[in-house]
Design a binder for this molecule. Structure first.
Ligand code: ARG
Length: 418
């Protein structure tokens, strides 16, 4: 007997609902695919780094331009950065331009060459050649803005890989790779640090136990506190580890020599400073590189923000921790710090106080020898203090007391050549 087949393709296609749903879902899928394509091709942005060198003809190279800590270096590189930034902000690349940073000032003849890195964000599908020519045409407009600076433009700009850009930054002091982001993207204060956040922080280990913090100031030099060596100053019993975790360090090095300040006084904590020479120079990478040292004359303003980092205990009398922590504090003037309710006159000129008036954020046992750092106007990180002493930890009116790095700037050069 003949039975009409049910549910065959032809019969389904005759059902208006099925046809309707098929068409609608087809259109939706197509729309999603087109939208994703448009998104990835046109709106998905990729970062591009460019390296270019500007020649400055009418500025004479002097020793002052050797270090990013000097007023001359800050003024010249800050000027170049701001002229380039304004030019791009006034051009049709204002949305693509992210930041420019002078990585180095070099001598060329009697003049100066400024090596810069620029960061842009272009859609992923953009054509490299047109991107370069657009950037070059904006750069030509830079010339009019320099006023009294006579500049030779780079013949051409070169795009470099993200790795090359990071490499350029890690060779110079105080430049974390997040320097090239639009704003500080991290929230900081009494919290666990990420790998690479404080790349100059090291752990000093005595017989393989964390004993003190230390600060990387050159490829074989660690700065720390003299009191860290009160129990032992034999280099062969010390090791230095790098990276944010002390259980899984990124690198471990042996120590050649320990140089303690001759006039360190354990009673008054005066001259609480020492340097260690590593047994071999280390190679910098994005998570391990050095901090900048300030000039002796650098003024550290009371009230300005600073960060202290370390593996020290989180409560008074507690144990040290295995993950690096950071705390945000404010610089306190020696006068305020020497008030009767505070330290009543025992804070000497070679010391520096930092904390919060109400207490709560402070260094503590195990943080000694570690860094207190500040960012300068160009977002480079400078060392201003070395964790030295305090009355307990985090109490109101009892801030942390640090060795004032500017006061020992000459001593550091005498010991290390830095
Ligand atoms: N001396 C201590 C140490 O050896 C650090 C003291 C810092 N104290 C403070 N309250 N900030 O680790």
């Amino acid at each position: 007997m003949y039975r009409p087949a049910r549910g065959t393709l032809t019969s389904r296609l005759q059902n208006p609902y099925v046809v309707f749903f098929a068409v609608v879902s087809g259109v939706i899928i197509l729309a999603v695919v087109v939208a994703l394509l448009i998104h990835f091709l046109a709106f998905d942005k990729k970062s591009y780094f460019c390296h270019s060198s500007f020649q400055i003809l009418n500025v004479n190279y002097t020793d002052q331009l050797n270090s990013p800590a000097t007023q001359q270096y800050r003024a010249l590189s800050g000027r170049i950065e701001s002229v380039i930034t304004t030019t791009f902000k006034e051009s049709d690349l204002r949305n693509q331009f992210i930041r420019v940073h002078v990585v180095k000032l070099r001598q060329s003849g009697s003049g100066v060459i400024a090596d810069t890195v620029m960061k842009f964000e272009f859609p992923r599908n953009n054509n490299g050649a047109s991107m370069k020519s657009r950037i070059e045409s904006v750069l030509r407009r830079v010339l009019d803005k320099f006023g009294n600076l006579e500049i030779n433009l780079p013949n051409e700009i070169t795009t470099i890989t993200d790795q090359d850009a990071i490499h350029l930054f890690t060779q110079e002091c105080g430049a974390r790779p997040d320097l090239m982001t639009l704003s500080e993207e991290r929230v900081i204060g009494g919290t666990k640090a990420e790998e690479g956040d404080w790349p100059w922080q090291v752990s000093l280990r005595l017989d393989n136990h964390h004993h003190c913090g230390g600060i990387l100031i050159g490829n074989k030099w660690i700065l720390t506190a003299a009191h860290c060596f009160r129990s032992n100053s034999n280099p062969s019993r010390w090791k230095v580890t790098f990276g944010a975790s002390t259980t899984f360090p990124k690198k471990t090095e042996r120590v050649n020599t320990i140089l303690i300040h001759n006039n360190y006084n354990s009673g008054t904590h005066e001259n609480d400073i020492a340097v260690m020479e590593l047994s071999r120079p280390i190679t910098f990478d994005k998570d391990i590189h050095m901090v900048c040292l300030p000039e002796a004359t650098q003024n550290i303003s009371p009230g300005s923000t600073a960060y202290v980092t370390g593996w020290g205990s989180q409560i008074n009398g507690g144990n040290t921790v295995v993950d690096l922590h950071q705390g945000r504090v404010y610089i306190i003037s020696n006068d305020v710090c020497n008030a009767p309710i505070s330290y009543d006159g025992v804070v000497l000129p070679g010391m520096l106080c930092a904390g919060l008036p109400q207490g709560g954020v402070d260094a503590c046992r195990g943080d000694s020898g570690g860094p207190l750092v500040q960012q300068d106007s160009r977002r480079l990180w400078f060392l201003v203090g070395i964790v030295s002493w305090g009355y307990q930890c985090g109490l109101p009116d009892k801030p942390g007391v640090y060795t004032r790095v500017t006061a020992y700037r000459k001593w550091i050069t005498q010991q290390t050549g830095i």
